[in-house]
Design a protein around this ligand. Structure first.
Ligand code: TXA
Ligand code: MG
Length: 372
């Protein structure tokens, strides 16, 4: 692994305020990915370095409250192209644009009159936070960002480090999750390194993500005299129950053989390399001779029916502490990664109850269980 832990960013070195090692990395094509720490109390050097790189058309992995994002200045198409290259992401899969302030919404989207009140309500209630709205795009947003679509996906991140960088940069930030295409989203700087080491110059380490699942994505359809319809493109931390106050929530239907409406919603996604199978009832699990199995269970513990079913080679519980869905959401991608690294033949997953956050968790588990 080529990653170097440099501790606190020094800043102030070189033209853009980042250390010369990073410049060598960019030019050599086999870069060392630097990890620069940022805490709520001391983020200035990291903010300065990240903004220096972003202004210079580079890409940087940044913490958000959902998952780590791979950031580029949204108004620099060449920088955005580097995001696609580093992730090996197909060009048909558009990026989310992050705005630093509500005022910046008008720089990236043309909000139609008939949904502007709803957009305002949702932004007031959920921004900054893990809600992404799909809106008609402003012509200034490069087509590469939206993969040629007439719409743009917009959110405002609540992570203090991301917010500071977004503000200081002054431009909106295009950032997909900082993983290789189709793989598990990273919820820590070390997970980013596992995904993108040597492909990007820098990761800002802002600690573990507080939500752990990617943002809820919706589009809005106005209705005369009635609350609008929210088309749910991706389930996420903002639940159907929370949205219902403002509109009628309907899931977007996925049709086989069509280009995905949100390619993160491809049947196989968020996937570990190790095959993963959801087993509804622990009694249905029959191990094959000589195979190594890992368990991804909900609560765990010695009395747990899943835990007792087999002598597992590895066990990860989603919510060992509280038994709450919020804890499970935060731990999901971390636990999948742990099991993926345990040298197993198969991961057996216990389903979670599909209420509230459980909808988004099951969505990720199901997609992780589909082989590409
Ligand atoms: O929480 C999040 O949303 C994280 C953090 C980094 O903000 N980002 C994230 O990005 O999950 P990504 O690229 O992994 O997922 C974005 C999803 C993709 O499935 C993409 O297809 C969809 O948003 N998307 C983006 N623009 C769209 C558009 N105009 N119409 C429909 N779907 C869109
Ligand atoms: Mg993603």
């Amino acid at each position: 692994m080529a990653a170097s832990l440099v501790g606190r960013a020094k800043g102030g070195t070189g033209k853009y305020g980042f250390a010369s090692a990073a410049i060598v990395c960019q030019n050599s094509g086999v870069p060392e990915t630097r990890i620069v720490h940022a805490s709520d109390e001391d983020m200035k050097p990291a903010v300065r370095e990240a903004c220096g790189l972003l202004r210079a058309g580079e890409i940087v992995a940044l913490p958000t409250e959902t998952v780590y994002g791979l950031a580029a200045d949204a108004f620099q198409p060449e920088a955005v192209a580097k995001v696609f290259a580093a992730k090996e992401r197909p060009a048909f899969d558009p990026l989310i644009v992050h705005i630093g302030s509500r005022r910046d919404l008008a720089r990236v989207a043309l909000v139609p009159e008939d949904i502007s009140e709803t957009v305002n309500q949702l932004a007031t209630e959920f921004w900054p936070g893990p809600l992404t709205m799909i809106l008609p795009k402003h012509p200034d947003v490069p087509d590469l960002v939206t993969s040629g679509l007439p719409t743009v996906a917009v959110r405002q991140s609540a992570h203090p480090v991301f917010r500071a960088i977004n503000k200081e940069l002054g431009n909106p930030i295009a950032a997909p999750s900082a993983n290789r295409f189709g793989r598990i989203s990273p919820t820590s700087a070390s997970a980013v390194i596992k995904e993108l080491d040597g492909r990007i110059p820098m990761v800002v380490d802002g600690g573990a993500c507080s939500e752990g699942l990617e943002s809820t994505i919706l589009s809005i359809e106005p209705r005369d005299g009635k609350k609008p319809i929210f088309r749910l493109h991706r389930a996420g931390p903002i639940t159907k129950e929370q949205l219902q106050k403002f509109g009628k929530v309907e899931k977007v239907k996925e049709r086989a053989g069509e280009l995905p409406h949100a390619p993160g919603q491809l049947p196989s996604h968020y996937a570990p390399v190790t095959p993963l199978r959801i087993v509804e009832d622990p009694r249905d699990f029959r191990p094959e001779e000589g195979k190594r199995y890992g368990l991804l269970c909900y609560r765990g513990g010695d009395d747990d029916a899943y835990v007792r079913r087999h002598e597992w080679d590895a066990v990860e519980a989603l919510s060992p502490g509280s038994g709450k869905l919020a804890e499970a959401a935060i731990r999901l991608f971390f636990a999948m990664r742990q099991l993926d690294e345990a040298g197993l033949d198969e991961i057996i997953a216990e389903p979670v109850s599909e209420t509230g956050l459980g909808v988004a968790i099951m969505d990720r588990l199901r997609r992780a269980s589909v082989r590409p």
